[in-house]
Design a protein around this ligand. Structure first.
Ligand SMILES: CC(C)(COP(=O)(O)OP(=O)(O)OC[C@H]1O[C@@H](n2cnc3c(N)ncnc32)[C@H](O)[C@@H]1OP(=O)(O)O)[C@@H](O)C(=O)NCCC(=O)NCCS
Length: 185
């Protein structure tokens, strides 16, 4: 994410959070290090329509992974694989820069976010209830050397992304069902 795209990325973040801006420390972080810690998708006119912000928690630093703070795609561009490609670009960038893996926290009912992650090889290693929102969430990791499904691996089968879909659908479905069961009990 070049400095010239930061304003567009922040505007998208705010639009996807009911007008709430990214907090000030992170706005400064991406102003100073956005080229290394951010990825954007542009439409044909150069407008930012997708953005992903990365950082490091203590746990990530200890475990050698980068953490996804947030990724979002403008509603008018969803369902076309942009989030998948945002994440893939980040994986290639961080892998090339010596990072071991990538972690994320996703709500179990956010199938639109879980699917692109599971498709790229992320593993769910923890499920928990978020103490502040009460939501069921999972902590996922993708270690580049062992977990990542390259574009080539996905394209090997002529069906490409669809080849992964039944497995991914099953995992996303299992999470949603677990959540409903827990809510009912
Ligand atoms: C999550 C988000 C980034 C996904 O962006 P996207 O560009 O549409 O993602 P992709 O197209 O790469 O993949 C989404 C997949 O989920 C599927 N999907 C979308 N909504 C779904 C739903 N409600 N139930 C099941 N699957 C769903 C899509 O069909 C697609 O799968 P497919 O490629 O097999 O058809 C976007 O929905 C978004 O910005 N959401 C709001 C912000 C957010 O939740 N961010 C994540 C925070 S962790």
């Amino acid at each position: 994410m070049s400095r010239s795209h930061l304003a567009g990325a922040l505007a998208l973040y705010s639009e996807l959070h009911d007008g709430r801006p990214l907090d000030l420390p992170r706005r400064w972080l991406y102003r100073l290090a956005g080229e290394r810690l951010g990825v954007v998708v542009l439409d044909i006119s150069g407008r930012v329509v997708g953005a992903a912000f990365y950082g490091f928690s203590r746990r990530d630093l200890r475990e050698g992974r980068v953490h996804s703070s947030f990724s979002g795609v403008h509603p008018s561009h969803r369902g076309r694989g942009l989030a998948t490609e945002l994440r893939r670009s980040a994986i290639l960038h961080f892998h090339a820069n010596g990072v071991r893996g990538y972690s994320a926290r996703i709500s179990v009912d956010n199938a639109a976010s879980l699917k692109p992650s599971l498709r790229l090889g992320f593993r769910i290693i923890e499920r928990y209830r978020d103490p502040s929102s009460g939501e069921q969430r999972c902590y996922l990791v993708c270690d580049f050397a062992t977990d990542y499904f390259t574009e080539g691996q996905l394209a090997k089968d002529k069906l490409g992304r669809a080849a992964q879909a039944p497995e991914v659908e099953a995992q996303a479905q299992a999470l949603t069902t677990d959540r409903q069961r827990n809510a009912a009990s």
